[in-house]
Design a protein around this ligand. Sequence first.
Ligand SMILES: Nc1ncnc2c1ncn2[C@@H]1O[C@H](COP(=O)(O)OP(=O)(O)O)[C@@H](O)[C@H]1O
Ligand SMILES: Nc1ccn([C@H]2C[C@H](O)[C@@H](COP(=O)(O)OP(=O)(O)O)O2)c(=O)n1
Length: 708
Amino acid sequence: MYSIPSLDLPPLATAGGRVRLPGSKSISNRVLLLAALSEGPTQVDDLLDSDDTRVMLDALRALGCQIDTTGPQSVRVQGMGGRLAVREAALFLGNAGTAMRPLTAALALMATAQGARFELSGVPRMHERPIGDLVDALRQLGCPVQCLHNEGYPPLRIGDGQVHPLRLDAPIRVRGDVSSQFLTALLLALPLVAQHGDVVIEMATELISKPYIEITLNLLERFGVRVQRDGWDRFTIARGSRYTSPGRIAVEADASSASYFIALGAIAAPTPGTDGIAIDGIGLSSIQGDIRFVEAARLMGADIVGEDNALRVRRGAWPLKAIDLDCNHIPDAAMTLAVMALYADGTTTLRNIASWRVKETDRIAAMATECRQLGATVEEGADFIRITPPRGPAAGPPQGGTAPSGGSEPHEVGSVGAHGWRQATIHTYDDHRVAMCFSLAAFNPAQLPVRIDDPKCVGKTFPDYFETLFSVCRTPAERIPVICIDGPTASGKGTLAAEVASTLGYHLLDSGALYRLVGLAAEREGLSTTEADLRDPAHAERMGELAARLDVRFTPGKTWLEGEDVTEALRAEAAGMAASRVSAVPQVRAALLDLQLNFRHLPGLVADGRDMGTVIFPGAPLKVYLTASAEQRALRRHKQLISKGIPAILADLLADLQARDARDMNRTHAPLKPAEDAVLLDNSHLDIEQSVARVLDWWHGKQAFPVR
Ligand SMILES: Nc1ncnc2c1ncn2[C@@H]1O[C@H](COP(=O)(O)OP(=O)(O)O)[C@@H](O)[C@H]1O
Ligand SMILES: Nc1ccn([C@H]2C[C@H](O)[C@@H](COP(=O)(O)OP(=O)(O)O)O2)c(=O)n1
């Protein structure tokens, strides 16, 4: 997950490959609650690991439910059989509507019947999301429910610690036109109190988002409760209904999450050698309503082949076809249509989406504002959005080949690209779907990058969304930005590069480590690294061959040579000296070239070394030449070694460092020197934070993202 302030997506060109999506949020949280309410243990597989499911798991554990983690996406829930283990608790439910609504109903019934008291609260946005219709229904039943701040909104106090009789004889009336989650909450909760008679729910107003109710009914059946449905107006839970565990249940992949990859397949030209996007874990027999996004995407031109548990998407009509669609049946996935509309041949209207206004944010307003940022013309109403792509029909996304105006070259601030698209900073309003939707704008035909603010908000349902997206998207290498940091030893390159990379979410290339690895591997094979021996052409040839067959692997914070962790060994001063000697051998440098170029992955790279800017990435948009006085550097290295418990003598370090500088700067091949277009940074009098801030300032100054 990218836990950074903003993530810059370079212009993307093609897509292709296979993705496996995380489990459905709607199913995960319903299953967790049902498993906790059931009699007996339930093994839940393919569970979504996200903010909202974590909130539900924490809440259930706080209520005394035993839940053991049995695998990366699996838990075993010890059902409590509808009996409360805890009589008083305060539950914080973040911004998870799928936890707040069902827990409110289930806890209200149990607290009233068994005598308990709970407080349910969330983030400020949760306290603006209406729950009044559910509260009204629960009060009809005789449950004490108090809205602690504003009537009709969380936080709530549920129950008063006393037992009260429940009024279950008359039908319970609930409105269905604000959120279908109120009905879902009642359907999940009422089987707990149906021991003595049928329990009937009647809709007071028309029900929206019916497919979510289908998921609820389907899952109730898996847990042994069959609800009789009369149209969409009346639901009867038969007397004697009770939850029993199905033993084991697997969560389907999330259909709403699939919508981004369906749209991706429809928008992006296929990467040569691939056959569009294959999505595993969800197919046309899904119980999730959002699977009907497939129909909407087909209307816009997507070529989709569906199986029971998989989908394959290829680009069909291009540009996409504008549509006018009632989206009541796919409220969440329909947001993705709004971004597909940016690539359509006319104006698209999405109707009957009033529920967008009360989701994680006011989604109609958010989608309208952000589409306008990209250059689209947007009209919004109480329950619709109408989108005309940036200046008429889009001509097509990038096809590969060289980038316009230098690709990774910076654009003018506030630049307007071809076809009226604008380089935009996308606000995401703490709404995962806004963030995921607008990532698809990176295929814009103007080949402008897109900045996504607060990318970690995708953690609500799809923590690895961007990583998954990057794994199936391609763009010409020159469009992937590289920041080069070259300079002499102990100037702080490694420290600076790592900090800059982690702030931007970029990959990191420590090229010195590759030369160190060659030195280490040579030593282990008994191959001399003295300057005298390396002058022998046959010996240099052997060293080049050794570099070409290096068996090396990088994992976060660790480096492996032939399966052995050599992280510590590499940092020894002797390894640095050996690296400096072998790095003067042209055969070694040639052997390591492709390895270094292969580090250039989406969304970007920070590369540190001696020749990053001069030889390896000469087209990089930012090159920093980092220096500090030799005395400062020797002091820093001394401190660094001592702090690691490695004995060191300052005077020796200074002498070695000067010798290394001299060799690195004077060798014939790729000597250490600033690139002509490098910016110089002498950090003798700057601390690490100041150096990082300086480089980030330069980088942001080169971007054309509007500040909002
Ligand atoms: N700007 C700075 N001010 C003070 N110390 C620094 C600075 N940058 C790096 N250091 C420290 O200097 C030491 C050497 O830094 P390192 O990043 O390993 O250098 P390099 O990669 O250039 O050899 C480390 O202990 C680091 O914490
Ligand atoms: N791009 C590079 C990186 C390192 N080298 C050589 C020259 C350096 O003295 C050694 C070791 O580099 P490294 O960056 O690990 O060394 P320091 O951390 O700066 O001490 O490798 C190189 O020739 N080209």
